[in-house]
Design a protein. Structure first.
Length: 345
């Protein structure tokens, strides 16, 4: 399966199409070809990939993912593989700590990280591989395998999260997938974040402190994920469901326009540009800090998302799902945002 993903920053289109081979089930099946109109002046990041035969694509993207995949097994889809573009040259330590705290490591420093990091050449590119094994005692311990590649002041992260045995079995396929990717950074000028001044000691740089909040009593715990700090689901008697998540990432994760366009695509709406962005975005405050609220609805789906930039990190609070139920929960979503507290000194 060959696919591509665009993270748009402009919407000037030309009257032409390109054909992308998106699926080939078996040697006897006819290829399914989709045509996509590509912007003639598109300047944002682009990634293409080739999937191993036993991998599948997840139809719904979460958070800042440019691609999301799973491994096909006899027991059904297993594992989570993703593609995440960062518009800054994010440090390996920052990325590792995004995941390490979720599997029992606590805060890593450069010295501890070195024990888990190796460099691997795939084709003509070099990747950093960071492998973290779950430290908590569980029946099915997870492994987090992170691949990072830096190009033109941008960082591309490929996380693979699964049970340890599946990671071992799919390691060769994961390397095949990484080598197959074609990455083009955004062509607009990008400034990398300046690293903080080194402290006198060898202590690790700070990571975002998790805030506290109050959850409506009828919101139930959702599917756990190493990508999420919190996950909840909301449902009604008619079987409608909403998904709520809290995530945080270094930098601005592609910028406001890229994130909004990704979310618009998830509910079946066309991408917008800087002018059209204004119809979806308004200013709010979270814990006394300036933030942005993004709202959009299609025929049957709605999302509400709040974005807070704090200490060189982006926080995302997002509720998405059925339009009617989302409208009923909008006030609860607003009350949740009002309850968020970072305990600033």
């Amino acid at each position: 399966m060959i696919r591509s993903s665009l993270i748009p920053t402009k919407t000037h289109f030309f009257c032409g199409t390109i054909s992308i081979l998106v699926s080939l089930s078996s040697c006897s099946d006819e290829p399914t070809v989709k045509k996509s109109v590509i912007a003639s002046e598109y300047t944002g990041p682009v990634v293409t990939w080739v999937l191993p035969e036993n991998w599948g694509e997840n139809p719904a993207l979460a958070g800042p993912m440019a691609g999301s995949f799973h491994v096909k097994t006899k027991e059904g889809p297993q594992g989570r593989i993703g593609i995440m573009p960062f518009r800054e040259s994010v440090s390996s330590l920052e990325v590792a700590n995004m995941f390490a705290r979720e599997i029992g490591y606590g805060l890593l420093d450069e010295e501890r990280l070195a024990a888990f990091l190796e460099k691997k050449s795939l084709g003509d590119r070099e990747f950093e591989l960071i492998r973290l094994e779950e430290q908590r005692t569980t029946e099915a311990p997870k492994t987090v395998l992170l691949a990072l590649h830096r190009k033109d002041s941008q960082t591309w992260l490929f996380p693979f999260i699964a049970q340890s045995k599946l990671i071992e079995d799919e390691l060769e396929n994961f390397c095949f997938f990484l080598e197959s990717t074609v990455l083009r950074a955004g062509q607009e000028p990008v400034k990398a974040l300046a690293p903080p001044a080194s402290p006198p000691s060898s202590s690790a740089p700070p990571t975002p402190s998790a805030p506290e909040w109050s959850i409506p009593t009828h919101w139930a715990p959702g599917q756990a994920s190493s990508m999420r700090l919190a996950s909840y689901k909301v449902s009604d008697e008619e079987g409608n469901e909403l998904d709520f998540s809290v995530t945080t990432f270094p930098g601005d994760v592609g910028g406001l326009l890229a994130n909004v366009n990704r979310w618009l695509g998830q509910i079946g709406l066309e991408s917008t540009d800087e002018v059209g962005l204004k119809q979806y975005v308004s200013s709010i405050t979270i814990d006394g800090m300036a933030a942005q609220l993004v709202e959009a609805s299609s025929t049957d789906k709605t999302f509400y998302a709040a974005i807070l930039k704090r200490n060189n990190s982006s926080w995302f609070f997002k509720l998405t799902g059925g339009k009617n139920l989302a409208l009923k929960e909008k006030e609860n979503f607003s009350e949740f945002l009002d309850s968020v507290c970072f305990h600033k000194p």
